[in-house]
Design a protein around this ligand. Structure first.
Ligand code: MG
Ligand code: MG
Length: 265
């Protein structure tokens, strides 16, 4: 069942999502070679709780793994999504996707950004640029009167034109009082198909794009999703509200990009 949100509910969603953007910026401040992903998690959890919110990922259950043990997902290099923060040390040339969720005043925030650790090769930087652009191209299609398939089609076309893989097994989603609501929002699809987009629909759009083949494997922990060919993957996510004109982006990369400065992708 799809829940359309009122303007007041959209403002509550915006507050939760802006907190995610600010949390990701705090994480951005400490990303460098030598830091562990567990240290990133600690920064995020403290910041979220200090702002009166709850990290929605912590304790989240899935049918394959136990409750998620951390406040953010940290997915390094060939890991696509749902990586568990650990004592693994980030090194120069790595990339790390940080996905963060908050619950504030009854509404969920969800946004992700893939960061470079030190100097990252041109080939992988390009993957990040194209994936981030694909997110915004998808968002351009999140307007009243279009259909869900238009979003996925636009993302898929853009990424496959660069010979990248589009992950099929994991998709974006509706968002509101629950982190995952209907509808599913695939990053692939056919133009003019799927649910009609209506004003008040709030969705998380999150392309997961691979440098090589699109196929993924599930880790033994029941959470970590990696590329089968072990080539890098990128993941960027915004929560947006459908309006009658441009999509209203409720999360924000502004805080992150203020931290990254000219190092931003
Ligand atoms: Mg997310
Ligand atoms: Mg999401």
């Amino acid at each position: 069942m799809i829940f359309l949100k009122t303007e007041d509910e959209i403002e509550l969603l915006r507050a939760s999502n802006l907190l995610v953007g600010k949390t990701l910026a705090e994480v951005a401040k400490v990303i460098r070679p030598g830091v562990t992903t567990k240290e990133l998690d600690k920064v995020a959890e403290e910041f979220i709780r200090d702002h009166g919110a709850i990290p929605t990922f912590k304790g989240f259950a899935n049918p394959y793994g136990g409750p998620f043990p951390a406040s953010i997902c940290t997915s390094v290099n060939e890991q696509v999504v749902h990586g568990i923060p650990s004592d693994v040390v980030l090194k120069d040339g790595d990339i790390v996707s940080v996905d963060c969720g908050t619950y504030l005043n009854g509404f969920c925030g969800d946004s992700a950004y893939t960061f470079c650790v030190g100097d990252v090769c041109e080939e992988v930087r390009n993957l990040l640029k194209v994936t981030k652009n694909a997110l915004y191209i998808g968002i351009e299609n999140a307007v009243q009167g279009k259909r869900l398939g238009d979003i996925g089609y636009a993302i898929q076309q853009h990424c496959e034109a660069h010979s990248y893989g589009v992950v099929r097994e994991f998709v974006g989603h509706g968002i509101g009082k629950e982190m995952h609501e209907d509808p599913q929002v695939p990053n692939y699809g056919k133009r003019g198909t799927g649910a009609l987009l209506k004003k008040g629909l709030c969705i998380a759009i999150e392309p997961m794009i691979t440098l090589g083949d699109r196929h993924v494997v599930m880790g033994k922990d029941g959470w970590t999703v990696s590329t089968k060919d072990k080539k890098c993957a990128a993941h960027f996510e915004h929560t947006v509200a459908v309006t009658s004109s441009r999509a209203d982006i409720l999360s924000s990369f502004k805080f992150i990009e203020d931290v990254l400065g000219d190092q931003a992708i």
